[in-house]
Design a protein around this ligand. Sequence first.
Ligand code: G3P
Ligand code: MG
Length: 525
Amino acid sequence: MSGAGGPAFKDVDFSKSIQTPPDSPGKPKSKFTHKKTESWSKHFQNGNRRDGSWASVENKMAIPTSPGSHNTIEVPALRSPDADASQYMHNLSVSPSQKERRLSRNSFGAALPIPRSKRQSRLSSVTFPDVQEALRNASKESQRPGMPPIQPTREILVSQVQDVQSDKVKLAKNMAFVFDIDGVLVHGDRLIPEGKMVLDMLNGNNQLGIKIPHIFLTNGSGKPELARTEQLSKILQNPVNTEQFIQSHTPMRALAEYYNTVLVVGGEGYKCREVAEQYGFKDIIVPNDIVAWDESIAPYRVFTDEERASARPRDFSKVNIDAIMVFSDSRDYATDMQIIMDLLVSENGRLGTVAKDPVSQRIPIYFSQGDFLCPTEHPHPRMSQGAFRIGLEAMYKAHTGVDLERVVYGKPELATYKYADEVIASWMDVLHGEERIPENIYMIGDNPASDIVGGNMYGWNTCLVRTGVFQGGENDEENPANFGVFANVWEAVTAACRKQLGDDFKFKWDDRVNPVLHGNQSAIH
Ligand code: G3P
Ligand code: MG
């Protein structure tokens, strides 16, 4: 497997048209239909059908209860319900009877909910109050004859330059960037210098003084959105707003409508419990709560007094856990895998029980992303959540004889890209008072197997940079970036801007420009 876990989709994922998601009756559909969404379906339909009988498997939304509100959008799941582990395993002799059972199972991976955009249209609102105020002051100036002229502020100049160059402004509002974070803008907590340069430019340090829309789409995880964006703002020395930020578990907020009691796995300490609380999950259990209830459940765990004191044990033999949410990388594979396995083979998520049928009474399990490897400070990429999942799938199959059905969010899953559309449109509203998706979207990523394949399939322009996972030649052979390979994010973004805004577009604001005095764009240097 190269870089991250590549998608392993099968025809069965497309037994329903991708453009007509299997929305439940009365459920709202996404208001955004991307122009090239169809390519995703076509891409995967080119694969060989492994077994004709699979075509008859009906994808059902088996999320157990319909949510009461209309805050979510359902998106077809693209991952095969088959375990990825099979390609890494010796033949485990799946018997014919087990095959039949597989065909009769419920597939809960048929559709993934994502949150609707929180933001209501603000078309009528004032987008740049400071500019409006400056313009009001400027008009007052003309009403005070004999008084010295007020020095034009930057905001007035920006506004006037944009008036003069309205065609270019229109083009700048019709493009957007989607940034991967690790390996593109930063390495862990370390800035990639071109990352700051790019954000300075997109935040207004350009010929038009305009904010060119951009959002952040990362498979990173493990802390609340606000904490992560504050950290990123410091590293990048540019504001990163939660409303322009998607980390791997952000769209999983939508699942809070579906499940009452959930096991949340991964991350440092209790940070993912905090994340789940913020997403609106009502009854959140983490592995430490279970170990504190019964330490013998994890025989190799050394449980400290501090952990015992901070856990929230209760009698879990009386609790049904409705679903498992792996939000972030496990910090203790042995304990987490043991508890997850116990739950997957239990009767409807009740610890201490063992289901007679491992499929029909199995609770669903969700993973926030599928990356197999992740670049870190270590010279070789380290195993990530995808590796944990594959290990779990292998153990589950060895133990029960059946494949583990599971749902994966994050790049390159369709649900995450659909959600990105929601966020882009909403961010356009914040920046420019226009809640819409620009026509020219550029994904800048370092990982061909997540950033690039997902962007390609979603109809975005894709740029692969050489500052992260990708270390190859001219382009990635399996998932080539369609807009090209660049040394770093600055090279990629400026190439995209030149294409959209013209070769002469300047990547720096010039304070010397004064259209009030000069009256035309010749004053722009
Ligand atoms: O795979 C783990 C994560 O750190 C990747 O982050 O920003 O490259 O999607 P990103
Ligand atoms: Mg990356």
